[in-house]
Design a protein around this ligand. Structure first.
Ligand code: DGY
Length: 308
C-alpha cells in the first residue's frame, strides 16, 4: 500500500481507482491550493503525488520527500516541476497529453475570433447601453477567413489549431524546432500568431520586444501555451504604442494576474483565467490519465504518459 497526496479535488471518480487498488489517499480539500508549507508537509509523507500546474515542485521539496517515487502532474506541461531533480532521485514524472488537445485548440480559436471580431467590446456595449443604433463603421474588426495564421510550436495542440484554421479558410504557416519557416519570417507574415510551445529556458520570453516589432501593426497575438513564453512588459508596450493590433491570452505570468497588473491597462487585450482544458469531459479525462500514471508507477511499471 502506498500513500498518495492529491493537491486538489478532481472532477470525476478517477481517484477512487487509487483507493480500490489499496492505496491510502490524502486529498487537499480546501478551496485554494495548499500553501508551500502544507504542500511540503503532505508530500514529505507521500509515496506518490498528484499535483496541479499551480504547485511548484522544486528540488527542495523533493529533498524533503524521501519516500516519493511518482509524480503525476494534472497538466500536459511539466514546467512547474523540476523534472531533472526528480529523475535524479528516480522519481517518475507523468503528464496528461492528448486528452486536452482539442479543448485547448478550441480556446485558442475562440480567442482568435474574439480579438479579431471584438466580441468582448460588443458584448459590453450591449450591456452598458452604449449600443444605440446599428452603425456602418462601428466596432469593425479583421477578417479571419483569408488571413494567415502563424503557429509557433507544431505539436498536438498546434496541429489541432491548424485544422481549425483550415476550416475557417485561413492560410497556415508554422515554425517549430524541426519544421516550418523561420520564426522571424512567420512573425512578419502572419496576421495572427498563435503560441503552442512548452515553457522551457529556451522558450522563456521567446516573444519579446524584438519579436513583437517584427509583427505587422495589424497583427494579433494569441497565447494558450504558458505566460512565460511572452515578455509581458514588452507586450504591454507593444499594445500601447500600436506595434501590434491586439493580444488574446489564456495564460499569464504570474497566474492569477493581479487585477492591478499594468498589462491589464493595455488596449485591445483579452485575458482569460487559464481555461484551455476547462471542459467537464477534458478535466475528467485528465484525472484518468494522471491516475493511470500513478497506478503504473506504484506497480513498478513505466508511466504510460511520462513527462518528456
Ligand atoms: C496544461 O495541461 O498544461 C494546460 O495548460 C492546463 O489547462
Amino acid at each position: 500500500m502506498a500513500r498518495v497526496f492529491i493537491t486538489r479535488r478532481l472532477p470525476g471518480d478517477a481517484v477512487d481507482r487509487l483507493a480500490a487498488a489499496g492505496h491510502e489517499v490524502d486529498v487537499w480539500r480546501e478551496p485554494s491550493p495548499p500553501p508551500a508549507e502544507a504542500l511540503r508537509e503532505h508530500t514529505a509523507q507521500a509515496d506518490a503525488l498528484l499535483c496541479m500546474l499551480t504547485d511548484p515542485i522544486d528540488s527542495d521539496l523533493l529533498e524533503a520527500a524521501p519516500r516519493l517515487r511518482a509524480i503525476a502532474n494534472y497538466a500536459v506541461g511539466s514546467d512547474n516541476i523540476d523534472v531533472d531533480a526528480a529523475r535524479a532521485r528516480r522519481i517518475a514524472v507523468g503528464v496528461t497529453p492528448g486528452v486536452l488537445t482539442d479543448a485547448t485548440a478550441d480556446i485558442a480559436f475562440a480567442l482568435l475570433l474574439a480579438i479579431a471580431r471584438r466580441l468582448p467590446e460588443g458584448e459590453a456595449a450591449v450591456r452598458n447601453g452604449e449600443w444605440t443604433t446599428w452603425e456602418p463603421d462601428w466596432l469593425l474588426g479583421r477578417d479571419v477567413h483569408g488571413a494567415t495564421l502563424g503557429i509557433v510550436g507544431r505539436g498536438r495542440i498546434g496541429d489541432a489549431v491548424a485544422r481549425r484554421a483550415e476550416g475557417f479558410g485561413m492560410t497556415v504557416v508554422h515554425h517549430s524546432r524541426s519544421s516550418g519557416i523561420p520564426l522571424d519570417k512567420l512573425l512578419e507574415e502572419a496576421d495572427f500568431v498563435s503560441l503552442h510551445v512548452p515553457l522551457t529556458p529556451e522558450t522563456r520570453h521567446l516573444i519579446d520586444a524584438a519579436a513583437l516589432a517584427r509583427m505587422q501593426p495589424t497583427a494579433y497575438l494569441v497565447n494558450t501555451a504558458r505566460g512565460g513564453v511572452v515578455d509581458q512588459d514588452a507586450l504591454a508596450a507593444a499594445l500601447h504604442d500600436g506595434t501590434i493590433a491586439g493580444a488574446a491570452l489564456d495564460v499569464t505570468d504570474p497566474e492569477p494576474l493581479p487585477p492591478d497588473d499594468p498589462l491589464l491597462a493595455a488596449p485591445n487585450l483579452i485575458v482569460l483565467p487559464h481555461l484551455g482544458s476547462a471542459t467537464h469531459d477534458t478535466r475528467r479525462a485528465m484525472a484518468e490519465l494522471a491516475v493511470d500514471n500513478l497506478l503504473a508507477a506504484l506497480d513498478g511499471k513505466p508511466m504510460p504518459n511520462p513527462a518528456s
